[in-house]
Write a protein that binds this ligand. Structure first.
Ligand SMILES: NC(=O)c1ccc[n+]([C@@H]2O[C@H](COP(=O)([O-])OP(=O)(O)OC[C@H]3O[C@@H](n4cnc5c(N)ncnc54)[C@H](O)[C@@H]3O)[C@@H](O)[C@H]2O)c1
Length: 237
């Protein structure tokens, strides 16, 4: 069965994308560092008949990615997709952001996607699709998001380079959700910046998943190097 690896799948959008991809018939490797939650999500998908397993991974750990790639190679798993979804957000105005916080965003949000591409694209011998989760925070400025926004802008730049380097066999695209109702936003004022968007609310995670499913599938066979917003109109204003 064709396997898709999805990071940050223990909760939030990653868990929703995993369910949508399971419904589409892919075998799933759910990678995260929240082991108990990740195991629960994988078990829930298996109860629904999916081929899903949890893999403990810190996306900023090069050795962890190598070990995952080696395991998939050993199992002769045909990997057809990678969703680089794991991410972190620590609010802070520039004046209050220290170097460690900046580098933490780089490590998880940007380096994590880079390591994932480098480790798994070579396994996509019969073609594949990589979806990098960026954010509208990379496209518009919002106070308190400097480290996060910069790391997500790096994801867009990485996407464009990877789309060129891995073409034509592997497609690489980025998505930019606006506000999505997940635990990541627990500290944000209700609605956050989404209240100013035409749709005036955050997305439910399940509203982002169809775009991920489309980009992973052959339905998007001519789409690569693209940066797709899915933001309730936030960036139209
Ligand atoms: N929630 C939003 O409003 C929003 C908007 C745009 C983009 N995004 C992006 O969407 C993606 C999913 O976020 P979410 O909203 O579901 O948030 P979330 O906090 O609910 O989920 C993030 C997941 O990433 C995992 N993770 C964090 N660091 C990790 C690491 N080092 N290694 C492995 N896993 C790690 C977490 O354990 C968690 O399961 C993130 O990349 C986020 O930046 C979120």
């Amino acid at each position: 069965m064709s396997t898709v690896v999805i990071t940050g799948a223990a909760r939030g959008q990653g868990a929703a994308h995993a369910a949508a991809l399971a419904d589409a018939g892919y075998a799933l490797v759910l990678a995260d560092r929240m082991d108990d939650a990740g195991q629960r999500v994988a078990a829930g998908l298996r109860e629904r008949g999916a081929d899903a397993r949890y893999y403990s991974l810190d996306v900023g750990d090069e050795g962890g990615w190598s070990a995952l790639a080696a395991q998939l190679e050993d199992e002769a798993q045909p990997v057809v997709g990678l969703v680089n979804n794991a991410g972190i957000l620590r609010y802070g105005r520039i004046a209050d952001t220290d170097s460690a916080t900046w580098l933490l965003h780089d490590r998880v949000n940007a380096l994590g996607a880079f390591l994932g591409i480098r480790a798994l694209a070579p396994l996509m011998r019969e073609g594949g699709s990589i979806v990098n989760v960026s954010s509208t925070a990379a496209l518009v400025g919002t106070a308190g998001y400097a480290a996060y926004s910069a790391s997500k802008a790096a994801v867009i730049a990485l996407t464009r380079v990877a789309a060129i380097e891995y073409a034509p066999s592997v497609r690489v695209n980025a998505i930019c959700p606006g506000g999505v109702d997940t635990p990541m936003n627990d500290d944000e004022p209700v609605g956050g910046s989404s209240t100013g968007a035409p749709l005036g609310r955050r997305a439910r995670p399940e509203e982002i998943s169809p775009l991920v499913r489309y980009l992973v599938s052959d339905a998007s066979s001519f789409v690569t190097g693209s940066v797709l917003t899915i933001d309730g109109g936030l960036t139209a204003t």
